[in-house]
Write a protein that binds this ligand. Structure first.
Ligand code: HEC
Length: 216
């Protein structure tokens, strides 16, 4: 075949080829699968299952991290709370109460908010230690709490968030003293020593647990 006929066929193939290439390119740009850093829907039990591997775990000490914690990072982490809480002075209650000045304040600090009995009856104020335990796993710290949030597992994250909370209406609260830091370390079990081999299996299991997320 020669002449205009073969040119047309060649052009048809060329256009088909370019179209296929472009649509693959566009599709890739449109649906760019980036792994989520946190599960879009927190699944209770997933993280717990991973914790079981390294033995019983509770919140790690964080007081020694607070003075030097990254407040800007804490503010970013607070996005995980913003659906239910406002943090600014005079901000509205949402699903959860406004949290301006909550650190250092009494438990159930907003008058008129419909707190759970568990929280209303929990004695004491929101010191660093209490906040650390609560944010680690709200439902373990306050039985029957209405706060539907799985918890923040990394000590550095809790420290950053708490340091930021302090900047939201609680700057008059003293930073943890050497004594506070030592007392907290004595109370909370230190991190178990993890060998390199254990760490490797643990992270492999962590990955599996994230996908399987077995119920508690
Ligand atoms: C799904 C909604 C939701 C999310 C997400 C959430 N909370 Fe809450 N929070 C609540 C509710 C509801 C309460 C009241 C709990 C109760 O009455 O038991 C509460 C209570 C609290 C309290 C106690 C307030 C007081 O007056 O005693 C603190 C502190 C708190 N939340 C901090 C946080 C932080 C920090 C985050 C983010 C890491 C967060 N919450 C995420 C709903 C939420």
């Amino acid at each position: 075949m020669t002449g205009p006929q073969s040119n047309k066929i060649f052009a048809a193939f060329l256009i088909a080829g370019i179209t296929a290439y472009l649509s693959a390119f566009v599709a890739d740009k449109l649906i760019h699968a980036e792994p989520l850093s946190e599960p879009a829907v927190p699944i209770e039990g997933g993280e717990v299952a991973a914790g079981v591997v390294s033995g019983p775990k509770g919140p790690e000490p964080i007081m020694h991290l607070i003075a030097a914690a990254d407040i800007a990072k804490g503010e970013k982490l607070s996005k995980a709370c913003a659906a239910c809480h406002s943090f600014d002075n005079g901000g509205p209650d949402k699903v959860g109460p406004n949290l301006w000045g909550v650190l250092g304040g009494p438990k159930a600090h907003v008058a008129g908010f419909a707190y759970s009995d568990g929280l209303k009856n929990k004695a004491g104020s929101w010191g660093y230690a209490e906040m650390n335990e609560f944010l680690y796993k709200p439902k373990a710290y306050i039985e029957g709490t209405k706060m539907n949030y799985i918890g923040m597992k990394k000590p550095e994250d809790r420290a950053a968030l708490i340091a930021w909370l302090r900047s939201m209406g609680s700057t008059s609260m003293a930073l943890p003293s050497e004594g506070d830091i030592a007392a907290e370390k004595a109370k909370l079990a230190p991190e178990p020593e993890v060998t390199e081999e254990e760490a490797a299996t643990e992270s492999a299991v962590d990955g599996a647990a994230e996908e399987a997320a077995p119920a508690e």
